[in-house]
Write a protein that binds this ligand. Structure first.
Ligand SMILES: Nc1nc2c(c(=O)[nH]1)N[C@H]1C(S)=C(S)[C@@H](COP(=O)(O)O)O[C@H]1N2
Ligand SMILES: [Mo]
Length: 321
């Protein structure tokens, strides 16, 4: 039985989920949600210097963009994963990612922008406040979870690279390290994993780069040290362990589109009316609800339609799936 409880943290420091949730509710009731604690340089250093994959983070502020739905457990979120670089089984990423080294970490920024370069992760994060974003996650395989991420708005990070007028899309890439990622030694997918967004999607306030989970550093199996989280799209858009950000003029081709173009489109917005060629997308199975729990209806844009539908006005979402 695999329990991924944080290693090497004194038990006095371990924030158990219920305490964590109480503290969050307290902060919300106390109206501290808007108190903008900027990410301190020490915290920025912490993010890259700490050994161990789940050290606690400080100064994570609640966000009004979070759902009030109860999050899944740490156990669910860290042992039921898709991260094919570590194998295709749901338990493989937790089991096989122990040798992955997410610190120190650099990100290559290139393409249509005025500030390209190689950036240390701590420098990318330092100017920003870490926010908690509790989001629904809907996998294209028709299961779902609710996850309390910690991260920064993607748009705020991207603006600092000063994209120019030719930057119509952003292309993200996962690190290529077959020596640390056993799945990359087999041709399960075209490696490295690539994903993309339109600039308008990337600048949307709901889109974040997550660096934490449950107030702790992101575990390897969830995409350490930094992964995308765009909650109105199917899970596979949320590329993990990002080491490259490229501003491009043409729509990038994602790994899933390249592998199976008839099944996976570029947009991949959650849409209960457009079925996967091999299964219905009308309902989903909430993870953690128990073996005999009912499936629940899937919502347009995963329930975020009020915030994001305007991005797709005039686009035929059946053809552009
Ligand atoms: N690099 C990479 N990113 C990835 C994947 C992957 O296999 N490789 N799987 C995707 C899929 S299908 C899903 S559902 C989510 C799962 O994120 P989680 O394991 O943190 O819940 O990650 C996405 N990001
Ligand atoms: Mo997924």
């Amino acid at each position: 039985m695999l329990i991924r409880q944080p290693p090497a943290v004194p038990s006095s420091e371990i924030t158990d989920e219920s305490v964590y949730l109480q503290r969050r509710d307290f902060l919300r009731r106390a109206g501290l949600a808007g108190a903008g604690l900027a990410l301190s340089p020490s915290l920025a250093a912490q993010l890259t210097a700490l050994e161990g994959d789940t050290a606690p983070l400080e100064g994570v502020r609640p966000s009004p963009l979070s759902t009030t739905q109860p999050p899944n457990s740490w156990e669910d979120i860290t042992t039921y994963n898709n991260f094919y670089e570590f194998g295709t089984g749901k338990g493989d990423p937790a089991r096989n990612s122990g040798d992955f080294r997410p610190r120190p970490w650099t990100v290559q920024v290139s393409g249509e922008c005025d500030k390209p370069g190689t950036y240390h992760l701590e420098d990318l994060l330092a100017p920003h406040a870490l926010e908690e974003r509790i989001y629904r996650l809907r996998c294209v395989e028709a299961w779902s979870m609710v996850v309390p991420w910690a991260g920064i708005p993607l748009g705020d990070m991207l603006k600092r690279f000063q994209p120019n007028s030719r930057a119509k899309f952003v292309r993200f890439k996962t690190v290529l390290r077959p020596e640390e990622m056993p799945g990359q030694r087999r041709s399960i997918l075209p490696w490295p994993y690539v994903e993309g967004l339109t600039i308008a999607e990337a600048m949307h306030p709901l889109a974040i780069m997550a660096v934490g989970l449950y107030g702790r550093l992101l575990p390897n199996q969830n995409g350490a040290p930094m992964r995308l989280m765009v909650p109105w799209k199917y899970g596979f858009k949320n590329i993990k362990s990002v080491d490259s950000i490229e501003f491009v003029e043409r729509q990038p081709i994602s790994s899933w589109e390249r592998a199976i173009p008839s099944e996976y489109g570029f947009y991949a917005n959650v849409n209960p009316e457009v079925n996967h060629p091999r299964w219905s997308q009308a309902t989903e199975r909430p993870i953690g609800a128990g073996l005999f729990a009912d499936r629940v209806p899937t919502r347009m844009f995963n329930g975020y339609a009020d915030q994001v539908a305007h991005l797709y006005q005039g686009l035929d979402l059946r053809r552009n799936f």
